[in-house]
Design a binder for this molecule. Structure first.
Ligand SMILES: Nc1ncnc2c1ncn2[C@@H]1O[C@H](COP(=O)(O)OP(=O)(O)OP(=O)(O)O)[C@@H](O)[C@H]1O
Ligand SMILES: [Mg+2]
Length: 504
């Protein structure tokens, strides 16, 4: 006996086939309703076992069509389904299906039932009249399903809209005519995107000089991923996807992340110097201290032997200068190697500056520099490590002092100020400015353009380390007329001003 089992799930098929073949049946498989129609006509099986939930053409519709065709209408059909559904059962009966089995089947009784059905079969004698009714019902069912799908599609669309609209990233679509037809609200927050809304989109805004190549690539490959570009101080990563001729563009504003990772890089650089420094300092300190003692007492010893020996004097002095440079370097490196967690106290920055100038003012004024001081009084307090902030300010003052050496009218202006969040210190000089080519490097440890035998190139990296450790920042503005360095430190807000004031 040949049986056609219409079942789209291969495992289900194999199980039933196994049970039936054990009982002497030969079983073939059809994978959906359409396949069932074809195989029923072609192989004329003795029985069809029909699943209901099938792709393309549902089981009951396939059964209806088999029963309505002259050359297949006598093939007996039974239903085997997971659906315990009365309506389906009624329809199956109406079509002329001889039995309605539900999964899972009983491996003993199922083959016996099949045998009995085949023996008693009235060979599809059910009236075809019912089929017309059934077909129209089936059409109605189809219409219902279509309505259901439409509803699902609308729901999906609404979901998509909510997701895209609430996205924190700009998402927009450029259609086949190059018009920006859709932009989510986040996109419209960016001026350069807003200006193209409902207008022709200019890809050269994103792709710059590479626009032709990149558009070609996008058309060839269908997408561009992780494309990084900057517009007006804002950095984005963009994903471009070609979809039915339209380009969907999803941007991610990474300006913040980039800034943070740059700060992290700076800190890593500085802490690397610190780690190396602490090792070197340890080894250098003892021999250096010994040398310094010898050099200090050397002149007194030499004068006793021969105080006219100028060459020896000169050498001694040169040695002294070199030693001083080494000591300066060690001193600066000590700064990098020191403990990170020094205690911060409340500081009045005006007082700190005044104290600093009381012992370093001379160095600056001796070069006839006009040092102007403009204090904002009163000024909010900050939390800081006093000696570190003094060191940072001194480094900036010494740089300014070096810079104005060649000015006809050397001037340095030191100002303090504050805004809502920060106390601000600015040091402006009338020097020649910082050449563009080196502006990126000046904060790097050991970068120096000075060959005076004294400079270590650590001055500005110390400044940067100090401000970063205070959660502040440093910026500079430079031109042919001079340079201004601006430091800012988070101020202590009124409500946090309690406890003892120290170091003020
Ligand atoms: N106010 C300024 N005007 C012009 N150039 C500056 C100024 N400040 C810094 N620079 C440039 O930045 C470089 C790095 O400065 P930094 O203070 O780190 O090192 P340095 O002054 O060369 O050495 P050190 O501070 O160890 O004596 C300087 O060599 C100089 O070229
Ligand atoms: Mg310096």
């Amino acid at each position: 006996m040949n049986i056609l089992y219409v079942e789209d799930n291969f495992d289900n098929y194999k199980l039933v086939e196994f049970i039936l073949s054990k009982n002497g049946f030969i079983v073939a498989n059809a994978v959906d309703g359409l396949d069932a129609l074809e195989k029923a006509e072609k192989y004329k099986p003795d029985l069809i076992i029909m699943d209901i939930d099938l792709p393309n053409l549902k089981g009951l519709e396939a059964a209806t069509l088999i029963k309505s065709k002259e050359n297949t209408k006598n093939i007996p059909i039974v239903v085997l389904t997971a659906a315990h559904n009365h309506e389906y059962k009624n329809i199956a009966e109406t079509i002329g299906c001889l039995a309605y089995f539900t999964k899972p089947i009983d491996p003993i009784s199922f083959p016996q039932d099949i045998k009995r059905i085949l023996l008693n079969d009235s060979h599809g004698s059910k009236s075809i009249d019912h089929l017309a009714t059934q077909l129209s019902r089936s059409l109605e069912q189809k219409a219902r399903e279509a309505a259901h799908f439409n509803k699902e599609i609308l729901k999906g669309e609404r979901r998509f809209n909510v997701i895209v609209e609430s996205s924190m990233d700009p998402i927009f679509i450029v259609d086949t005519n190059g018009i920006m037809t859709y932009a989510n609200s986040c996109s419209l927050g960016y001026e350069f995107l807003r200006s193209f809304y409902k207008k022709k989109f200019d890809f050269s805004v994103l792709f710059k000089d590479d626009v032709e190549n990149l558009l070609k690539l996008l058309n060839q490959v269908g997408y561009l991923k992780n494309f990084k570009f900057s517009i007006e101080n804002t950095t984005f990563i963009g994903n471009f996807v070609l979809f039915d001729g339209e380009v969907m563009i999803i941007l991610k504003d990474i300006t913040e992340i980039e800034n943070i990772s740059q700060k992290q890089k700076d800190l890593d650089n500085i802490s690397l110097v610190g780690r190396i420094a602490s090792g070197i300092i340890h080894e250098l300190n003892n021999p250096l201290s010994a040398m310094k003692t010898y050099i200090d007492i050397y002149p007194s010893k030499i004068s006793k032997v021969n105080n006219k020996d100028e060459v020896v004097w000169e050498f001694a002095n040169k040695l002294k200068t070199s030693l001083e440079k080494i000591l300066e370097l060690v001193n600066n490196l000590t700064f990098f190697a020191r403990d990170k967690n020094e205690v911060k106290v409340k500081l009045n920055i005006n007082t700190t500056i005044k104290e600093l100038l009381s012992f370093s003012d001379y160095d600056i004024r001796k070069g006839n520099v006009n040092l102007k001081l403009e204090y904002k009084e009163p000024i909010s307090l900050i939390y800081g490590v006093k000696s570190n902030i003094e060191q940072a300010l001194l480094n900036l003052l010494l740089n300014a002092n070096d810079a104005v050496r060649t000015s006809t009218n050397p001037q340095i202006v030191l100002k303090t100020d504050e805004n809502d969040d920060f106390v601000i210190i600015s040091i402006a000089d009338s020097g020649p400015g910082i050449p563009f080519e080196i502006q990126k490097e000046i904060f790097e440890p050991f970068f120096s353009t000075k060959d005076d035998g004294k400079s270590t190139g650590l001055g500005l990296s110390i400044v940067k380390k100090v401000v970063l450790e205070h959660k502040g920042g440093v910026e500079f503005f430079t031109s042919d007329n001079g340079t201004e360095f601006v430091l800012f430190f988070p101020k202590i807000k009124e409500e946090n001003l309690d406890g003892k004031d120290q170091g003020i």
